[in-house]
Design a protein around this ligand. Sequence first.
Ligand SMILES: [Zn+2]
Length: 404
Amino acid sequence: MKLRLNILLAVALLSGSLAGIATGQELVLQGAKVYPSPTASPIENAVVLIENGRIAGVGKHGELKVPKTAQVIDCTGKVVVAGFWNSHVHFENGWQGAAQAPADQVEAHLHEMLTRWGFTTVWDLGSDPNNTLALRKRIESGEIAGPQILMAGDIFPLHGHPVYLPPEMQLPEAASAEQAEQMAKGYLKMGLDGIKLFTGAFMGNKPVVNMDTAIVKAAADVAHSDGKPVFAHPQNRTGTDNALAGGVDVLAHTIPTEGSFTEDELSRMKRQHTALIPTLTLWTTVVNDPAIADKLVDAGVSELKTYFSQGGTILFGTDVGFQTQYDTTQEYEFMGRAMAWRDILASLTTNPSTLFKQPTKGRVEKGMTADLVVLNADPANDARNFANVAYTIRAGKILYSAQK
Ligand SMILES: [Zn+2]
């Protein structure tokens, strides 16, 4: 019954907007400093006009005509950038039952984990696909306010059930290239947006189990023939090398236990335009000894710095939803040891929108989708300010407001 009422309400709202009735479709962000892109000069005291989910104009105060019906948000002293992508999350820890849980409860969890940190698009790199697809459906129907969710389906090597995943969890293990091909086809048929391969699975005290290159390639070919990206969890050097040899698009982690990438790996990554997700905060959560954690972070930062300084593409990602540190402040601090704030902004905005072919996202410009983050402080002064979010806006709709 409640569902039926929600549908009726949604239909009523939709028909209202179609009839041109003032439904709060126009939103104006006034007085902020706008960074239109990671490379553009800032616009001071700017006006961002949003209409029907798109950016209708960006200009200096007084240059744009603001409709009387528009909802105006005073952003004096604040900073506007494009909506953030977190290219490595999971709807796993605490997300069971997202298909049925009450909408306000799910929305509160989305706030806590994602939208209060500015994320308007996220990549789920492996969870229960039925659960994530149901959550996505609830968001896209308008029932729940949340980010755009893209999802990759997991494939593990034979006998490669990682020790950190519950043993009773059923994992798709591919024993052959044919099996990997079938699994990848199955995922794409389900409506998933990419494939994630455990080219190295962590087995605790036992050796890492690696995926053969032929298996990597079989799954990658299926995804690529459908224009979909392939991610790898590399774990160690062999897992990295097999991922690269098999044509993976994104390394979903650095490999801090190896200390560094080899020259061969770096040149192959550059040649193949492989993107790297550093997940530096994660390395503080996987060991108990703070001294070892520091070493892992230092190695991860050094690998990030090496690849980035050679022109490699970096994507922001935290593995949140597997690890439970939702606050992104520390990730920005770690990344800031290897990159300038504008390069971190690119990892959050233009790099993923280009790589994942969503050209209307990633920049604050006329005609673009109105996915925006309003920050309380300027990231140019300190990269940690990327975590100081006042508003998160997706397609012109406020997903999160710190004012509430
Ligand atoms: Zn992960």
